[in-house]
Write a protein that binds this ligand. Structure first.
Ligand SMILES: Nc1ncnc2c1ncn2[C@@H]1O[C@H](COP(=O)(O)OP(=O)(O)O)[C@@H](O)[C@H]1O
Ligand SMILES: [Mg+2]
Length: 267
């Protein structure tokens, strides 16, 4: 089970867009994927579900003492085959303040006690540098950091690195799989400058795939769809497809689990 945190506490950099579409891309390729919404703003949850469809959430798993439920009970099957989601709740914000040292491992423990492991767990991290992010990093093996191609692209990234460094003491296996430049405009000078700055800072840790600014990525959630369903021929679809493949290649994993399986099955 590969657990990947999509993290950058700066808002609007494309965490949710990346979490939603990366998870969908992996599921479409045949990988059993669990998407967990750790942000109390619940944008990932709302991408796939109407509020009235949801009765239990991640808050029932992580918050409080008695009567907590298992992660297993908080999963919802999405309309995409192989993709389940654990929704967020406004109470998740409470975790940012009062979590004891032991309680910081609740997410990790919850993942470990799933009866049927996933190939991938994608964590959409919150828009704050708090204990919820720490909890996500303690439960993860990889981190993908989306960075918007705008003025001061690296703003806040130093603080994020500090948080990652702190999490690496108790969880040395967690590291950054890649920095992802998002909201890229080919013809805007500011975007080229931002890309240069990010590459200067992180070198080949920067994904070759750039996520271009694409209006279909913005409208897809209103239809409760991934980009692949909403606008399969869009730049957004193409870019997230490339990202999924680049990520799988960085992890030395096959781009298509199903096809490989079938081939193997038929010799
Ligand atoms: N590549 C993109 N092109 C166009 N709009 C985007 C793109 N990525 C994100 N957005 C939009 O920007 C806003 C913030 O993105 P989001 O993924 O929610 O960021 P975060 O989760 O980091 O706050 C959303 O309205 C989203 O639809
Ligand atoms: Mg978000």
């Amino acid at each position: 089970m590969k657990t990947i945190a999509i993290a950058n506490q700066k808002g609007g950099v494309g965490k949710t867009t990346t979490a939603v579409n990366l998870a969908a891309g992996l599921a479409i390729r045949g990988y059993k994927t669990l998407l967990i919404d750790l942000d109390s703003q619940r944008n990932t949850t709302q991408t796939y579900f109407e509020p009235e469809q949801i009765t239990v959430t991640l808050a029932d798993v992580l918050v409080g003492h008695d009567q907590r439920i298992s992660l297993d009970e908080a999963r919802y099957a999405t309309h995409i085959e192989n993709l389940d989601l654990v929704p967020s709740h406004i109470r998740i914000a409470m975790l940012d303040q009062m979590v004891t040292l032991q309680e910081q491992y609740r997410l990790k423990e919850a993942l470990n006690s799933l009866p049927d492991p996933y190939d991938f767990v994608i964590l959409d991290c919150p828009h704050t540098l708090g204990l919820t992010l720490t909890q996500a990093l303690l439960a993860s093996e990889h981190i993908v950091v989306p960075i918007a191609a705008e003025y001061y692209p690296l703003e806040g990234v130093v603080d994020l690195q500090e948080t990652i460094r702190a999490a690496r003491q108790p969880n040395p296996r967690v590291s950054v799989l890649g920095y992802l430049v998002t909201r890229f405009h080919q013809r805007k000078r500011i975007c080229a400058e931002a890309l240069d700055k990010v590459k200067e800072m992180f070198g080949d840790k920067v994904f070759e795939t750039l996520i271009r600014d694409n209006v279909s990525l913005q409208s897809a959630p209103a239809y409760r769809q991934s980009i692949y369903e909403h606008a399969p021929k869009s730049f957004g679809s193409e870019d997230y497809e490339n990202l999924t493949e680049e990520m799988l290649s960085r992890l030395s994993m096959s781009p298509h689990l199903k096809l490989v399986d079938n081939k193997e099955a038929h010799g």
